[in-house]
Ligand binder design. Structure first.
Ligand code: MTE
Ligand code: MO
Length: 333
């Protein structure tokens, strides 16, 4: 596989700058009265990629019905909706943090089909309405830790992946679960160009061991902040595995396949020495090019707030430790 991808474009702490600069120039432009000024400057604005998102209607999620189990509440400061939906990784729309919010509004999610297949007794297909209607939904506040060393605290709405898998009835030989994102180059500009798409071979794929997939923390999310997912966050349905680096939490899923082989995963294929299959958050195992000991928590802080906190093993979800009993986490990173 050709490796045209340049790993150095994956930012670590430089993302502080990119986010800061982005917000700063929006602030300045807003205060100068430029944003919303319309046709006169919009051509130029488009070319600069600054505020062309302002000329289209804001995404309006549909409110969802859900319970709020006490076990998944949190008093940690949540990342504001505005940041959670404008600072994203979704390479199908480009590698910039603001590319997904800029370009994902083109994505149509209804109709949709999510199929569960492979080594199961009972293959399943869920249509768009079934994604949020087939299983009782709950809200869970989870930390999300990106491998790039920033993190958020987000209220997801969804159901346990285990509920879907139990319905499909994995065969006794099934050991892994493989996930696949939508492939639709007509709406995903990153799939039309290896440069725009960060050198990824699409579709984006991910995987979990079956016991990880069945863990009660493993969530299929259909909503954020109580409403259906914005496209940039992985509409209409995505995985959320809170004790693993964010790249495991694959977005806009169309296929789930049970298998007896460890499935290939997108970031591992790009750089196997940097991104493993397991990708458990671990402050003691550094990325080859940066430390994982701490992270920048993205909250409502202004330009000068640092928000640098210590990273916790398994992102603080210590209850998953038994899954890795006896495994060398340095080797299985
Ligand atoms: N299909 C797909 N899923 C993806 C990605 C991607 O590029 N494509 N990026 C991953 C990474 S690196 C992170 S950190 C999270 C970001 O999720 P968020 O934008 O909702 O915060 O999505 C993950 N899921
Ligand atoms: Mo990430």
């Amino acid at each position: 596989m050709p490796r045209i991808y340049k790993p150095s474009v994956r930012l670590t702490d430089h993302d502080v700058t990119s986010e800061t600069v982005y917000r700063e120039r929006r602030q300045i432009l807003k205060s100068m009265g430029f944003i919303g000024a319309g046709a006169l400057i919009s051509g130029n604005a488009h070319a600069l990629g600054w505020f062309s998102d302002d000329d289209k209607p804001a995404f309006a999620g549909k409110p969802l019905d859900y319970r709020k189990p006490a076990a998944y509440r949190s008093d940690e400061t949540q990342t504001p909706y505005e940041k959670a939906t404008s600072y994203n990784n979704f390479y199908e729309f480009g590698t910039g943090k603001d590319d997904p919010s800029e370009y994902a509004s083109k994505l149509t999610v209804d109709p949709w089909t999510l199929s569960v297949e492979g080594m199961v007794e009972n293959p399943i297909k869920l249509d768009y309405d079934a994604l949020s209607g087939r299983f009782a939904l709950e809200e869970r506040i989870y930390r999300l830790r990106c491998v790039e060393a920033w993190s958020m605290v987000l209220p997801w709405t969804g159901f346990e992946l285990a509920n879907l898998l139990k319905l499909a009835k994995p065969l006794s030989g099934a050991k892994y679960v493989a996930f696949e994102t939508l492939e639709r180059p007509s709406q995903m500009r990153g799939q039309r160009s290896r440069f725009t798409g960060g050198g990824v071979d699409y579709p984006y794929v991910e995987g979990l061991r079956l016991d990880e997939a069945m863990h009660p923390l493993t969530l299929m999310a259909v909503g954020l902040y109580g409403k259906t997912l914005p496209p940039q966050n992985g509409a209409p349905i995505r995985l959320v595995v809170p004790w693993k680096y964010g790249f495991k939490s694959i977005k806009s899923i169309v296929k789930i396949r049970l298998t007896d082989q460890e499935p290939p995963t997108t970031w591992n294929r790009l750089a196997a020495n940097e991104y493993g299959f397991y990708a458990n958050v671990n402050p003691a195992v550094d990325h080859p090019r940066w430390s994982q000991a701490s992270e920048r928590r993205i909250t409502s802080g202004g330009l000068l707030s640092r928000n640098r906190i210590e990273t916790q093993l398994f992102n603080g979800y210590a209850e998953v430790a038994p899954l890795y009993q006896g495994m060398d986490l340095t080797r299985y990173y």
